[in-house]
Design a binder for this molecule. Sequence first.
Ligand SMILES: [Cu+2]
Length: 98
Amino acid sequence: MRLISSLLVIISLVFGSQAAFGQSGLVSGQVIKVDQSAKKITIRHGPIPKLDMAEGMTMVYAAPDPKMLTAVKAGDKVKFEIEEVNGQYRLTKIEKAK
Ligand SMILES: [Cu+2]
């Protein structure tokens, strides 16, 4: 019985941490500026530990999808996701926060 309960603890830890990781994908922030011609969006955001951004900051992100540039405007509260490619950050997803 002890072995079974230990296994259950391990299983719940594994699944629990996966759920937490999935939720951390989207980050909250506020759009400061949308630059249509440069295809960049400036966003003020809080800490993003998984990308070594320990503190909140304002950053310029590349917006590879043109739809991103029209989906949001300066002042909007947003949820977004970014990826790092060769030291450059770019948006993989951005949407207005409800
Ligand atoms: Cu940042």
